[in-house]
Structures are given as C-alpha cells and as structure tokens.
Design a protein around this ligand. Structure first.
Ligand code: PXG
Length: 396
C-alpha cells in the first residue's frame, strides 16, 4: 500500500483524535526513519522525547528480546527476577529511596497525585477529602479525566466534565502566586521544569529553587513532572538539576521506555512512598518483566553512552546556530539541551510541512512554535545536516 492508501485506511477505521503530517513510517534506526515509499527522514520529534536513545537502540532491543524469550508477565501477585534489578538501577541513578512503576505518563502523574493526597492525610493530618494540589496554567500532564480537569486548555477539557476537585491553578513561573496559593490543606505542587506542550516555556533561572523553598516553608511536596524533560533531554539527566534542587516526587515516563515500550514511574523517599500499602494502588502491567528489562537498559544506555552530555553539547550548538541564522520569520529560540522551540511569527505548521519534504520530521506545538527534539544520539555532523535544511526553510 502507498501513503494515501495507508492514510485512507486509518481515516476510515480509527478515531480522528490526531492530525498527523501525511507521512506513513515503516522503519526506524537511530535518528532516522523511513516511510512506506522508502523516503528517509531525520526524526527531530523523537515521539515527543520518548526516543531519547534513538529508534531501536540495539542494546535496548536486545534486552527486550531476551526478556520476551524468557518471561513477559507475572502481574504483581508474584515476584519476578527483573523487578529488583530495575528498581535498584533506577533508584541508584536518581538518588531516590524507592520507585513505583506504572506504564504511561498519565498513570504516573495520577500515582503522584494519589501519593501526595495520602501523604497529606497520613502525615499532615489534613481533614478527609480536603487535600489541595497546586498546578500551573498551560500545564500538560496527560489525558485522564482527573488530569484534563486541571488543564487550562479548553480543547482538552470541553465536554469531558465533571472533573475531580482539589486542584488550584496558578500562573507558571510566578512565585508570588505559588506562595499565595498555599493553604493549610495544600499537599503538593505539581510542575513541569519546562512546559513542553505549552510551547517549550522555560521558566526564569531559580524558579524551582524558590518553589522548593516555598514548599519547604509550608510542608508541601514538590512534584516534578519530568516525563518530557527527563532522561537527558534538557542536557542534564533531569531538568531540576539546573536549579540545584531535589523534588520530593519525581515523575518519569516516555524515554524511560527506551523508545520501544511504555514504562513510567514515580520516585520518592521512604516517607512519601510508605503511604502505599498492599491493595491501595497498582497496575496489571506496571513493573512487568519486559518493562523492567527495557527500563533498566534505557537508563544504562542513557548514562553509559553519555547521552546527557551529548544532549547538552549538541543542544547548545543547535540553539546557537538557530539564533545566528537571524531568520526574519523567527521571533524567539528557546529551550535547554535538545528540547528546543523556535517561535515563528506566523503559523508553524507550513514550516514543518516544508521540512518534511526536505527529509526532516518535526512538529508544531501551540500553532506558532516549531519543536526540535532529535534523539540524543545525534552527532555534530547530523545536526549540521539538519541545520542546512532548517536554514533553507527559514530563510527570508
Ligand atoms: N506529562 C508530560 C510533561 C508530558 O509531556 C504526559 C505527562 C503524559 O504522558 P502519556 O504517556 O500519558 O501520554 C506527557 C505527554 C500525545 C502527546 O500524543 C503527549 C505528550 C506530548 C505530545 C503529544 O498524547 N506528552
């Protein structure tokens, strides 16, 4: 089947909850993908940062294949022999006491919400059902009905109510608003270190550091959603490191699955994680043998192949080069590491469509921002290859 036939088939038989570029992919390797016509593209989206290690990283594929040939699923009713090694690898890599694995990002966010609420009741003595969590305007934390309930994006919410109460929305990057939102019932502050879906919004330097201080003053958990910014994407293993702070709850997803399997998790200290007791939270597939094998390999590849350092280096190079282009279409270039947003004066989609024709895949976010987020295995020469095409599309 050709491109049009594939698209036609999908349109005929699936829900229309996406508006993809008209490209049908059939193969991927490293930073490259090929469509059904055999055309090759550089993947500068990386499945919204889930492909930090690149497509089909051999070591991660090997871990998955070996595991699937041995044991795939046990449920958490029994122990399995990949769970402990994964748990140790991720807690050692992050410095947290404990991990609670789930599958998708939204599930991990839901887990963090439940942890914070229960911590508030058990440890702070908050009156039953009164716990409040502070979140930011323009957040993106996933698509469950609780999570879209505290979104400020009408498209995400409209028609999906009634919503879960207990959330207070403040402007992003506004510390006075955070201080003012704190009440005796506040249990957590849920925040993205960079707002990816809102258009790669980078807060002021020190924002998380001050937020940490405010949370400490009010005995409130700082919960960082690093589903998109984590695992080296922003040039540090975690974006919160730029502010020299440590969140109480770290939320991971996307690239924890090594670009080939859904793996998410929350990490926290004993004090928070001990609110969970047998029976009050869980998931059939969370922490399954394949997920654990893949998650462990994903972390090892990220650290051992120095993807974090490469993200920092290539990110700085790409960003500087984009700024130096001095394109008349560009309003601002922003981001950290290899999470870069180019805000253009008009709509971003036509630029993305032209780039796709030239063999470079990327996606607009929030109408006016082109997101450049290639796999972290990209080399300097490959960044130059991308820059040539971007230069051609952004020139006057
Ligand atoms: N938090 C952040 C910061 C995210 O970027 C999620 C949570 C939710 O993860 P899951 O695995 O539940 O999708 C995200 C996801 C899409 C899409 O197609 C998702 C994201 C970005 C762009 C598109 O649903 N981010």
């Amino acid at each position: 089947m050709n491109t049009q036939e594939h698209i036609g088939l999908a349109e005929a038989h699936s829900a229309h909850n996406y508006h993809p570029l008209p490209v049908v992919l059939a193969k991927g390797e490293g930073i490259w993908v090929w469509d059904v016509e055999g055309k090759k593209y550089l993947d500068m989206l990386s499945s919204y940062s889930a492909l930090n290690q690149g497509h089909r990283h051999p070591r991660i594929v090997k871990a998955l294949v070996e595991q699937t040939e041995r044991l795939c699923l046990t449920s958490r009713a029994f122990h399995h022999d990949t769970f402990g090694p994964f748990s140790r690898a991720i807690t050692e890599a992050t410095g947290y006491d404990r991990v609670l694995p789930m599958n998708t990002g939204a599930e991990a966010v839901e887990t963090a919400i439940k942890a914070a609420r229960k911590w508030g009741y058990d440890r702070k003595g908050i009156t039953r059902d009164k716990a409040e969590i502070v979140v930011c305007a323009n957040n993106f934390h996933g698509r469950t009905s609780t999570i879209v309930g505290f979104s400020t994006e009408e498209l995400y919410r409209k028609g999906f109510g009634p919503f879960t109460p207990g959330f207070r929305i403040i402007p992003y990057n506004d510390l006075d608003a955070l201080e003012a939102a704190m009440t005796a019932n506040t249990v957590g502050f849920l925040v993205e270190p960079i707002q990816g879906e809102a258009g790669i919004n980078v807060p002021d330097a020190g924002y998380l550091k001050e937020a940490r201080w405010i949370c400490n003053q009010h005995n409130v958990l700082l919960m960082a959603d690093e589903i998109q910014t984590g695992m080296g994407r922003t040039g540090k293993l975690f974006c919160f490191e730029y502010d020299g702070v440590r969140p109480d709850v770290l939320i991971l997803g996307k690239a924890l699955g090594g670009g080939l399997y859904p793996v998410s998790a929350i990490l926290a200290g004993d004090d928070v994680m001990s609110v969970f007791v047998p029976g009050n939270h869980g998931s059939t597939f969370g922490g399954n043998p394949v997920a654990c094998a893949v998650g462990k390999a994903a972390i090892e590849v990220t650290l051992e192949e120095k993807l974090v350092e490469n993200s920092f280096e290539q990110g700085a190079y790409l960003r500087t080069a984009l700024e130096k282009m001095g394109s008349p279409h560009v309003k601002q270039v922003r981001g950290r590491g290899l999470l870069i947003g180019v805000e253009v004066k008009g709509r971003a989609r036509p630029f993305c469509e032209k780039l796709a024709e030239l063999g470079l895949l990327c996606k607009e976010t929030h109408e006016t921002v082109i997101r450049f987020a290639p796999p972290l295995v990209i080399t300097r020469e490959e960044v130059d290859w991308a820059l040539e095409r971007i230069g051609e599309v952004l020139k006057g």
